[in-house]
Design a protein around this ligand. Structure first.
Ligand SMILES: Cc1cc2nc3c(=O)[nH]c(=O)nc-3n(C[C@H](O)[C@H](O)[C@H](O)COP(=O)(O)O)c2cc1C
Length: 291
């Protein structure tokens, strides 16, 4: 029996590296969330569970919520979470803890790891602000520092987990994030802004976290596309169908950005400002690790 089941979700490899490193230190079995997410119930015999994921929109990816909602048998387990983030963890680990509590489990420890940012951010221009979002680049030097920092933190985190210690939950900007939740700003403001950024013109009743699935209206391909099919193969939720040799997004997107970041021709764009911007994936992760 494996001592630990380490579930992970990753678009550009940051969370995969963290999951792989920690699994190595605690004798854990690596389990891609995508390999179990279609099961009706998700359960493990291991008495320790790890959940590793990227921070999305100051929270957790929708697929991680679906994972925990389907998990069974959590009450006797030691459970830890690790989020990777380009900026800060916000309340993502606290949200994870609440989901686990709703399944009668307890998040005993939650850590955050700063890694290169793999998403779009605004370029603060006044004109056409919502169309100004583009990929943010992290310099080589900064990336190397983040990887080194994680190597150091890995020792602390693995010792903490191996000793089954409790009481750690790394969060940031608690007051601001709790105020945003209290005022329901994610539902009334953030949702509308993000869908506009993606160019979605319709109306949806989906809550903010689920409405992210419609953000794929923002993806398109340019004439560098060779129809190689890698975007469709790498999409962790099979959201891309090839039609006449070209990608068509199916509006069940996790926004992991794997399609855009791994396209070998850099032919996939989001909105109109990502062309020519440097793509990112963790340098120690290969395409074959992802598909
Ligand atoms: C849709 C999306 C939303 C994101 N939101 C945040 C955020 O709110 N805060 C943050 O620090 N990083 C954010 N990021 C950056 C990622 O959390 C970070 O780059 C992470 O390490 C990526 O992990 P991965 O390579 O395993 O996919 C976001 C990335 C994506 C794709």
């Amino acid at each position: 029996m494996d001592k630990a089941a380490v579930y992970y979700f990753s678009g550009t490899g940051n969370s995969l590296i963290v999951a792989r490193d920690i699994a190595g230190k605690i004798n854990g079995k690596l389990i891609p969330v995508t390999s179990v997410i279609d099961n009706e119930i998700i359960k493990t015999d291991a008495d320790m569970i790890g959940i590793i994921f990227p921070v999305y929109n100051q929270g957790i990816p929708f697929i991680i919520k679906r994972l925990v909602d389907k998990m069974d048998n959590l009450d006797q387990k030691y459970i830890f979470g690790i989020c990777t983030c380009g900026g800060s963890p916000s309340l993502s680990l606290e949200y994870l803890g609440k989901l686990i509590e709703a399944k009668k489990g307890k998040l005993s420890a939650g850590f955050s790891v700063k890694m290169p940012y793999n998403y779009i951010s605004p370029t603060f221009v006044l004109k056409d602000f919502l169309k100004s979002f583009t990929l943010k680049e992290t310099s080589f030097e900064k990336q190397q520092k983040m990887f080194k920092d994680w190597e150091r933190k890995l020792e602390m985190v693995s010792q903490f987990i191996n000793a089954r210690k409790e009481g750690m939950c790394e969060t940031s900007a608690r007051l601001i994030e709790h105020s945003i939740d209290f005022l329901n700003l994610r539902e009334v403001l953030q949702k509308a802004v993000w869908l506009k950024v993606a160019g979605f013109e319709g109306h949806t009743e989906l809550p903010f976290q689920e409405s992210i699935q419609l953000m794929d209206y923002g993806f398109n391909y340019d004439d560098k596309c060779t129809g190689c099919n890698i975007c469709s193969k790498i999409c962790p939720v099979k959201n891309i169908k090839m039609v006449d040799g070209r990608p068509v997004w199916q509006h069940l997107c996790e926004q992991c950005f794997a399609c855009l970041q791994w396209c070998p021709e850099e032919a996939i764009q989001f909105g109109s400002k990502t062309s020519g911007k440097k793509r990112y994936h963790h340098p120690d992760v290969k395409l074959s690790d992802m598909v």
